[in-house]
Design a protein around this ligand. Structure first.
Ligand code: C2O
Ligand code: CU
Ligand code: CU
Length: 478
């Protein structure tokens, strides 16, 4: 176990003070926001939507006029947006042209473990991986990114990430803004260190790993977005390795959270600031007036991973705006996640920055065996540094944080939760029905350095009643 005792003082220094770091007031908002293109599927005779992704290296202009060597899907940086409807059969063809092994994990997707793209589904250099499944989950903003054990931080930081939007008829009937790139706009937030020549620096910070002071939105530095409608839906993804964002508008206007990681809230929640730790998504609705000019920013917090004030993006509204829909009163039709009386409770303690319950990730060890369809309470205790916690395959609801109800905007279905240092969260976790006693799903801290160092565990979903007979060890493939 790597011991961080010597770094306690560093990690404990906490909030450097608003304004002492960051880019406040220095951006010109000179670059038009790019929106990742939608990936057009080829539709097979049986209706299967076939999507092709190639992991490749390239040169992206992250800083104006300065090419940066980056990685991306079907391009130099980030990846196209995949979109599918509940009930669709999807088939992916993922080619690896990186020159080193990787994987592609569908973060937020509820699918069989062999299709999940975790560290057991490696794609060798030059190889192809072809998972397929039926989309069976509510409308949500999910994403995809590599997950090779020990190398996830590097692969994501270099640019491998994309969005995976799920639509469903119930959500479509709500009449939310839905013109992609116009009034339904993804914002992928990432922080980088780019030197003056545009070279992406990969020097990890103590405790947290890769944290930068240049914020990219959809791979664009210093961006603006032209608003043309009175109501805009933003799908915000924190695609950073470690940085957390406390997102607000500079004029402190209020906005409406409509969705969390795994789907819509029961009703919109009006807020003036939201927090996103790595891997988390939020969908929000924002009202604009003609000629509005307002900056979206992240303000410093005291969690260690949210130091500094950063301007993210400027919204520039046109002289005349097309009238959008009004904010709906009610949203999701799906019932909220509950656990039955006497639900099984499992306890996890995040140890230092590289282990859970005192053990580092072991690819050959099954840590938990869960019966298919179970609803369980997972308690995650965090004694030292800030962390978060992501569970593959599931949707969960935050029951409480240190015994207190979470903020209303975080009460929707989720798959990733921030866990402030010295606190404990309890989650009501709804597991799916895809059983496979030999292929595990992951749970881990989504601060990617922590995940890479071993703050990750493995669970299998099995036929109810067979838990006791499941082997707790897996053959090692390497
Ligand atoms: Cu987004 Cu296991 O990860
Ligand atoms: Cu995941
Ligand atoms: Cu962590």
């Amino acid at each position: 176990l790597f011991v961080f005792a010597g770094l306690a003082a560093l990690a404990g220094c906490g909030n450097p003070g608003a304004g002492s770091k960051g880019n406040s007031g220095t951006l010109a908002f000179a670059n038009r926001l790019r929106v990742p293109p939608l990936l057009e599927p080829a539709v097979a005779k049986d209706g299967t939507k076939r999507f092709s992704l190639t992991m490749q290296t390239g040169q992206a202009e992250l800083l104006p006029g300065k090419p940066t060597t980056t990685w991306g899907f079907n391009g130099a940086y980030l990846g196209p947006t995949i979109r599918a409807i509940r009930g669709d059969r999807v088939a992916m063809r993922v080619r690896n042209q990186l020159g080193e092994p990787s994987t592609v994990h569908w973060h937020g997707m509820r699918l069989p473990a062999v299709m999940d793209g975790g560290p057991h589904q490696m794609i060798e250099p030059g190889g192809t991986w072809s998972p397929h499944w039926i989309i069976d989950q509510p409308a949500a903003t999910s994403w995809y990114h590599p997950h090779p054990h020990g190398n996830t931080a590097k692969h994501v930081y270099r640019g491998l990430a994309g969005l995976f939007l799920v639509d469903d008829p119930a959500a479509a009937a709500l009449g939310l803004p839905s013109t992609y790139g116009v009034d339904d706009v993804p914002l992928i937030l990432q922080d980088k260190v780019l030197d003056k020549n545009g070279v992406l620096r990969e020097d990890p910070k103590p405790t947290w790993g890769l944290m930068g002071d240049q914020i990219l939105v959809n791979g664009v530095y210093d961006p603006f977005f032209e608003v043309t409608t009175t109501l805009v839906r933003l799908r915000i993804l924190n695609g950073s390795n470690a940085r957390m964002y406390n997102v607000e508008f500079a004029d402190r206007r209020r906005f409406h959270v409509i969705g969390t990681d795994a789907g819509l809230l029961a009703a919109p929640v009006t807020v003036d600031r939201v927090q996103l730790s790595p891997g988390e998504r939020l969908e929000v609705l924002v009202e604009f007036a003609p000629r509005d000019q307002v900056v979206l920013r992240s303000v410093a917090g005291d969690n260690g991973i949210d130091e500094g004030d950063y301007e993210l993006l400027k919204f520039v509204a046109a002289d005349q705006l097309k009238p959008g829909p009004s904010v709906p009163q009610r949203l999701a039709a799906s019932p909220r996640i509950e656990t039955p009386a006497g639900a099984r409770e499992r306890k996890f303690k995040l140890s230092g920055s590289d282990a859970i319950n005192g053990r580092e990730m072991d690819m050959t060890r099954i840590d938990e065996v869960v019966p298919a369809g179970a609803s369980e309470i997972w308690q995650v205790q965090n004694p030292v540094y800030s962390h978060n916690f992501h569970i593959h395959e599931v949707a969960f609801r935050i029951l409480d944080i240190d015994g207190k109800e979470p903020p209303a905007y975080l009460q929707g279905p989720k798959d990733t939760v921030f866990i402030p240092r010295k606190s404990t969260v309890r989650l009501a976790v709804q597991f799916g029905h895809h059983t496979d006693p030999k292929t595990p799903y992951m749970y881990h801290c989504h601060i990617l350095r922590h995940e890479d160092e071993g703050m990750m565990g493995q669970f299998v979903i099995v036929e109810p009643g067979t838990e006791a007979s499941v082997s707790r060890t897996l053959p090692s493939h390497h």
